[in-house]
Design a protein around this ligand. Structure first.
Ligand SMILES: C[S@@+](CC[C@H](N)C(=O)[O-])C[C@H]1O[C@@H](n2cnc3c(N)ncnc32)[C@H](O)[C@@H]1O
Length: 248
């Protein structure tokens, strides 16, 4: 079971447990269920289980707050359609977070400068960005290296559309809709990824199997576990972004 499913199961199990106790109790007395108190008990129980099962700290916080927040928001009597709309919008932008634990956050201009320095003087540049976001890396690099070929693949619909619009007039940039796991890497000699810790071990297997000898794999912020990078570039002390470079 992947992490979001496991967390969902944990929260749901606590909610079902608490409700299965208080529902008959108040039902037999023909009394109203105290939803506020019930939500805090669910939150407390979920937090406790999350601690005992050693979930990451941010998940413990989410488990503690989820049910109380659901209760609090239900007090505002907001039309459920708005929640559906918010859910759809979030899904259109953050699909990667749900399906592969890779949310959207963007590379900054300091990273573009660092990549330009790293790649300057390279002939025959064939660059791919796996999970290209809105083209924050690809578009400026494609402008700075007009002779290079650039490709980006993105699978969150709204993010892809926004990137498609931004990159529409860049002739050396191939902006694709799709899944980076399905993208063949053998045509590229530089592959850039700014993802999350979750896919790095598996991605490394793909990169090793497909990238030609002499090519470069660059991961922003998330090193490949148990593999020493050939070069580490500290991009910007303030944001703590680091480029981990691996030569094939
Ligand atoms: C952290 S963002 C990086 C965006 C961009 N590369 C940058 O540096 O600004 C990661 C992106 O990968 C996308 N993504 C996640 N899983 C993906 C997948 N399996 N296939 C394609 N894109 C994916 C997300 O939607 C998100 O836009």
């Amino acid at each position: 079971m992947n992490t979001p499913l496991r967390q969902f199961a944990l929260q749901a199990a606590c909610a079902v447990l608490v409700l299965s106790l208080i529902w008959p109790y108040f039902g037999f007395q023909a009394g109203a269920i105290p939803w506020a108190e019930a939500s805090f008990v669910i939150g407390f129980l979920a937090f406790t289980v999350a601690c005992f099962t050693r979930q990451p700290p941010w998940w413990r916080l989410i488990h503690a707050l989820f049910a109380p927040l659901v209760w609090a928001v239900s007090q505002w009597s907001i039309d459920p359609g708005w929640f559906l709309l918010a859910f759809i919008l979030l899904l259109l932008v953050y699909r990667g977070a749900l399906t592969g634990q890779v949310p959207l956050y963007l590379s900054n201009s300091e990273t573009v400068d660092a990549l330009e320095n790293l790649l300057s003087g390279r002939e025959d540049l064939r660059f791919a960005d796996l999970g290209a976001g809105i083209g924050s890396i690809l578009l400026p690099l494609a402008r700075r290296f007009p002779k290079g070929q650039f490709a980006g693949v993105e699978n969150a619909p709204l993010t892809w559309l926004w990137g498609r619009w931004r990159c529409r007039a860049q002739p050396n940039l191939d902006w694709r809709w799709g899944n980076y796991w399905a993208l063949g890497l053998s045509r590229f000699n530089v592959v850039y990824a700014f993802l999350s810790p979750a896919p790095m071990a598996e991605l490394w297997q793909k990169v090793k199997a497909e990238l030609p000898v002499g090519s470069l794999f660059i991961s922003n912020s998330f090193p490949v576990p148990d593999v020493a990078p050939d070069e580490v570039i500290e991009v910007d002390g303030r944001s703590g972004r680091t480029l981990f470079c691996y030569w094939m």
